[in-house]
Write a protein that binds this ligand. Structure first.
Ligand code: B12
Ligand code: SF4
Length: 572
């Protein structure tokens, strides 16, 4: 492994005195931010602001890597710390800034402030894209695109010698090189959950997904010592909450995942604490193969309380079109597969749904709503189909002349960046609101909640937040926004819990606390649904956005699209 930067700098000293790492603010309401839930129910952070869901893991790893090269280094999450940026970076020689496209506004604001203060600016994270981020490319002194591990030392060496390049393009790092996060660089109390990354990559190749382009199809698994260290550190620093294993498909290599789960159980037995965990997995977790049955068993033992699954749609033609064949395997229906997973893992799940495939129509919306409402899954992330750069869908849309603009980087903002085939863009957006309202009305949501409460049962039922914090949240959920709704369904939750586990047992309290978690999420979903309706109702549409591609093609593309669209398509 080439480690030129490290060797040269180690023999000659530090790169500079002080570095500050910045995680910019998220401004827009997004599905996963759950900011309304966090603002209303959780205790405040150290600055008196609402907690955030998760810490900036990429920067925590970068922090650890950079530590030896500066006398002084600090990580600041701007979603947590409200102090003015100018003050925070006053003493810094180098400012590193990283994040995702959904942070674009905050990113550019901070980048501008850093440059105004005359500091050296280094940008990285999934936002960095030579083609779609021209302002950032202009503003930053140095940028790292893709994974940073294989190029970071070249950058450091360049900074040291004053000859660093403008853009470093990372390649897939071998797992032993993965940055290891340093959990001491954040105040864990500012977050609702902690995160760990164990693997990168996914063996599948769904047409719309940029994960494969980003991380490859071969699973790269961090050495066990990295994972063990992360869990030990979280425990050592007193973390007692949930841990999100952020891997894009934690079961990409099922045999290896079984081994990992066994090791997680061992280490947690040794430290005497079981973190409630959640992750992202593909639907083939329900397959009949023995290794999948083994996996489901170990998910339960390893105390997974939730898993996110990309179900995408009930439209079989759409699944074929998008190459999501793993969702079509076997004889079982999707509902049966989801039920089996919850029954055998004991954990609940969140599912992702996408609308806007070529074979989706306005008529298929009701089917989709009915399908979602027939499951036991309360938390459903619905998005309109987007074609991010570097995906096969992007290439196809470009080839077919349907691409209109860059994807927004927020897959649940009700926008599409290409012309849908069977419906117009306007119809797609209106149908999006219909879907949200169809699945987040009180009756259907709480029906799904009650189904979930009848199924979930992870092996260990302790280990969640401290009683004081839980009580604080519970009190707020039952006294603030929508509280009448939450009281109304509480008696059913109580009955289900009592019938399954007897009164006031651990199982009983587990079910009730899960019920309250769903209530808290509902506050966010309901507000997000309202917000999306307002957003979409306020949009205006050009002629070409009122027709599906199917018709536009028939009418003659050029005449309908007009010059404005042609300019933007050609520039992409
Ligand atoms: C965990 C996660 C989240 C978490 C927490 C994120 C947080 N801290 O706020 C939650 C669940 C809240 C979340 C939410 C969202 N997410 Co998200 N999320 C992820 C996920 C699964 C893992 C991120 C992670 O921790 N990776 C591990 C670390 C080690 O990797 P990393 O951060 O990329 O860092 C590496 C490099 O980028 C680099 N690096 C990072 N920063 C910097 C800075 C500098 C200076 C340098 C040099 C290098 C560098 O170094 C690291 C090692 O190589 C990624 C997918 C993925 N695998 O990356 C999606 C991902 C980042 N999310 C995405 C999206 C779209 C969203 C949402 C908009 C979804 C939605 N509709 O709600 C929201 C927006 C967030 C919000 N708060 O509102 C997209 C972003 C697309 C893009 N190009 O920006 C991704 C890539 C998934 C995808 N393929 O679509 N997300
Ligand atoms: S299974 Fe998930 S992570 Fe893998 S390619 Fe498909 S959408 Fe992407």
């Amino acid at each position: 492994m080439v480690k030129r930067g490290i060797e040269v700098i180690n023999t000659t000293g530090k790169i500079a005195r002080r570095a500050v790492l910045i995680y910019p603010k998220f401004y827009d309401h997004t599905f996963w931010s759950f900011e309304r839930t966090l603002a209303k129910y959780t205790p405040r952070n150290e600055f008196g602001l609402p907690k955030r869901s998760l810490p900036p893991l990429g920067l925590m790893g970068l922090f650890n890597h950079l530590k030896p090269y500066y006398d002084n280094i600090e990580l600041i999450d701007r979603n947590v710390n409200p102090l003015p940026l100018e003050e925070l970076i006053k003493e810094a020689d180098h400012v590193y800034i990283g994040g995702m496209i959904a942070q674009q506004k905050g990113f550019l604001e901070d980048a501008e402030a850093v440059k105004d203060a005359g500091k050296l600016l280094i940008a990285g994270g999934t936002i960095v894209d030579e083609h779609s981020q021209p302002r950032l490319m202009d503003m930053a002194d140095h940028l790292v695109e893709n994974e940073a591990e294989m190029v970071i030392d070249d950058l450091l060496e360049g900074l040291f010698h004053g000859n660093a390049e403008k853009l470093y393009r990372g390649t897939h790092a071998p797992p032993e090189q993965f940055f290891q996060p340093d959990y001491s660089c954040i105040n864990m109390g500012n977050y609702q959950s902690m995160s760990v990354q164990i693997t990168r990559g996914c063996p599948f190749n769904c047409e719309f997904c940029d994960i494969v382009a980003r991380f490859g199809r071969k699973m790269r698994i961090a050495p066990w010592e990295h994972t063990e260290k992360a869990f030990r550190q979280m425990f050592q620093f007193g973390w007692k909450g949930t841990v999100f294993i952020v891997d894009d498909n934690f079961i990409g290599n099922p045999t290896e995942t079984v081994t990992l789960l066994k090791k997680l159980c061992e280490i947690e037995t040794e430290i005497g604490y079981r973190f409630p965990k959640y992750s992202e997995v593909s639907l083939n977790l329900s397959d009949e193969k023995p290794v999948m049955a083994e996996l489901r068993k170990w998910f339960r033992k390893a105390y997974f309380i939730d898993n996110f699954i990309g179900v995408e749609t009930n439209n079989i033609a759409a699944l074929c079109e998008t190459g999501k064949k793993q969702n079509l395997r076997g004889e079982k229906t999707v509902q049966e597969k989801l039920t089996l997973i919850s029954e055998e893992t004991g954990s609940n799940m969140m599912i992702g749904i996408i609308y806007g495939f070529d074979s989706d129509t306005s008529e298929s919306v009701d089917d989709l709503i009915d399908f979602i409402n027939s499951t036991h899954v309360p938390t459903v992330m619905v998005g309109l189909l987007q074609a991010p750069r570097n995906t096969e869908l992007w290439n196809r849309m470009k080839e077919e002349g349907r691409l209109v603009e860059e994807a927004t980087g927020n897959n649940s903002d009700g926008t599409m960046n290409f012309i849908p085939y069977s419906i117009s863009e306007q119809e797609a957006e209106r149908n999006y609101v219909r879907i949200l309202e169809g699945i987040y009305s009180e009756d259907v949501f709480f029906t799904r909640v009650k189904r979930a409460l009848r199924l979930i049962d992870p092996e260990v039922k302790d280990g969640t937040k401290s009683t004081r914090e839980s009580m604080h949240c519970a009190l707020r959920i039952l006294t603030k926004e929508n509280s009448r709704i939450y009281w109304r369904h509480l008696k059913d939750a109580h009955r289900i819990a009592r019938k399954r586990f007897g009164s006031k047992t651990k199982g009983y309290w587990y079910i009730l606390s899960e019920y309250l978690t769903y209530c808290a999420r509902y506050t966010h979903m309901k507000a997000q649904t309202r917000y999306m309706r307002e957003q979409i109702e306020s949009r205006s549409y050009s002629q070409w956005q009122l027709r599906p591609w199917r018709e536009i093609q028939g009418l003659g593309t050029m005449r309908l699209l007009g010059s404005a669209l042609n300019v933007s398509v050609q520039s992409i």
